[in-house]
Design a protein around this ligand. Structure first.
Ligand SMILES: [Zn+2]
Length: 549
């Protein structure tokens, strides 16, 4: 017994003396526990990859350390956390045809032709990213539009918001869809476009990705995220297959980005019946269940209290009755899961708030109910968030992308609770920021920029859209660090460089507190570190080119 204690003591001493790293001479910026901007000049990392000390002085006098990293005065931020992203979808999107940014149906067709020519052996062409709002036609694409580009094999292309797909005739044949096919409730079909619940009619025919393709997609996704300085993600709508991909990567030591997983619907609980502890060096945890209350605003699937201004015969899609939603959330909460529910329209948000209010007693003290997006809220409902302990998980770049569309869908007099970040914070509720990648780019810097400016990357509109909802830089950074960590029950591990938390940090090419919003959006990540190890570095040639510009 005594010998064991001695041996253990010696081991602890040896390891502590072996691997103390000091990072000095940095322009460190983060959010303190008081929510205010905090500056630091150096910090110390223990051998377990956790921070042991953070100091204001850039050149602290330390007598014992094993490794010194000179930050050369560069700016260091804690690793950024995206509270809501789709990790596998990001990887798949990067490996599939990408039609984002097309400016017309003709351009979409040209990209399809080019992709088909470059991938003659792909049995199916599956892609992502069209948005009819960017086209002069302002209409959904049709099967005939796709047939004109590729007709020899099935093509299925998802809308940028993920709520609709368009299929060519070969895909319709493969899926057995005919003119007589009726959409299920909660879905619509028109001219080869399948909205919300109807998507399944065509998507079920797409061959499932192989295990190798999944592993490849996860690796690709992590590389993209690390390159943008994202070290943690609220991994939304994790399917059981996704979960197994994460586990495989964890087992193989290939998981760098920390994933707080929200499994897709209560049916996932058959495979993952309860939340898991943190796994693989705190890289992965099943923390919650993701539910849906409605669709999206672009496809008029968001469920509104009043009819759409630009389509007065509809109020959008209600996915569940009050009793159904309550039952789903209750099943997840009683199993110990955090519940995160997608709600975009004001009617959906009110329904989810009421559901959480009623459920309060079913999760012990700390429920942290989440509403994903919280895009269009009735201003009367916002003060209900804080008393019920509801976190608003919002995406600042949705505001800049959706601005004109939201004005069209809602009209000018119903925007008071739209993307209302400052009102949410003033109400006392917690705010977490993310991007909903791959719906938007996973790059958090345009998100930080939109957060403080309510302007897009071109500075539009001047002064910002509904400028009263702008945040300070500290509030926006808080939502991308501490707020996002809190939203995933990870605030004891990540979100700030503080003793006991992981040394997850990034080195960037400018001081984000000293530049205008447009420059902030252009911030380049130079290095990304997780648990005190460098896991990504900008290629030297690329960095030099950037500097030379
Ligand atoms: Zn999402």
């Amino acid at each position: 017994m005594i010998r064991t204690t001695l041996a253990l003591g010696a081991l602890l001493f040896a390891s502590a003396a072996n691997a103390v790293t000091i990072v000095e001479n940095v322009n460190g910026i983060q959010i303190g526990a008081d929510g205010k901007l905090q500056h630091f000049g150096s910090f110390v990392i223990g051998d377990d990859g956790r921070v042991t000390q953070v100091m204001a002085n850039p050149t602290p006098r330390m007598s014992r350390f094993d490794r010194m990293i000179n930050g050369e005065g560069r700016t260091v931020l804690p690793g950024l956390i995206d509270a809501h992203g789709h990790v596998m979808d990001l990887g798949f999107a990067a490996l599939r045809i990408d039609v984002t940014g097309t400016q017309s149906i003709a351009e979409l067709q040209q990209r399809l032709r080019d992709y088909a020519a470059a991938h003659p052996n792909d049995a199916w062409i599956v892609g992502f990213g069209w948005n009819q709002e960017s086209w002069p036609e302002k209409r959904f694409p049709t099967s005939a539009d796709l047939d004109a580009a590729v007709s020899d094999r099935p093509v299925v292309l998802e809308r940028v918001d993920g709520h609709a797909v368009v299929a060519n005739s070969a895909a319709l044949r493969a899926a057995g869809v005919t003119a007589a096919t009726q959409p299920p409730s909660g879905g619509e079909i028109h001219d080869g476009v399948f909205v919300d619940a109807a998507r399944e009619l065509v998507e079920r025919a797409i061959p499932k990705p192989t295990m190798e393709q999944r592993d490849q997609a996860l690796e690709k996704s992590q590389q993209i995220l690390l390159g943008f300085g994202v070290t943690g993600v609220g991994s939304m709508s994790t399917s059981v297959d996704d979960w197994n991909s994460f586990r495989r990567a964890g087992e193989a030591g290939r998981l760098n980005v920390r994933l707080m997983s929200y499994l897709s619907g209560t049916e996932s609980m058959k495979a993952v019946p309860t939340p898991t502890p943190w796994l693989y060096g705190d890289r992965l945890r099943a923390v919650g269940i993701k539910l849906f209350a409605d669709g999206a605003l672009g496809s008029r699937g968001a469920w509104l209290k009043q009819p759409y201004a630009d389509k007065p015969d509809t109020r959008g899609l209600q996915f569940h009755s009050d009793a159904e939603l309550y039952d789903l959330a209750l099943r997840a909460a009683t199993a110990g899961f955090q519940v995160a529910t997608h709600a975009i329209g004001d009617a959906a948000n009110a329904q989810v708030i009421s559901t959480y209010e009623k459920l309060g007693k079913y999760c012990k003290a700390d429920c942290r109910w989440r509403i994903e997006h919280f895009q269009i809220a009735d201003p009367a409902d916002i003060p209900r968030l804080a008393p019920a302990g509801i976190i608003a998980s919002m995406q600042p770049t949705h505001q800049t992308s959706d601005r004109l569309m939201a004005e069209a869908r809602l009209g000018p007099n119903r925007l008071a609770g739209a993307y209302a970040w400052q009102t949410v914070l003033k109400s006392g509720a917690r705010l977490a920021f993310g991007s909903d990648f791959p719906v938007e780019s996973p790059n958090p810097f345009p998100g930080l920029s939109a957060g403080i400016s309510r302007q897009d990357m071109h500075g539009q509109p001047p002064g910002g859209w509904i400028p009263a909802e702008r945040l300070s830089f500290a509030q926006a950074l808080d939502a991308f660090t501490r707020g996002a960590a809190y939203a995933g029950f990870a605030e004891d591990k990540i979100g700030a460089l503080e003793p006991g938390k992981y040394a997850d940090f990034i080195i960037v090419d400018r001081d984000p507190t000293k530049v205008d919003p447009q420059s902030l959006a252009q911030t380049q990540v130079l290095e990304t570190w997780i648990a005190g190890k460098k896991v990504w570095e900008r290629a030297p040639s690329a960095a030099a080119t950037e500097r030379g510009k």
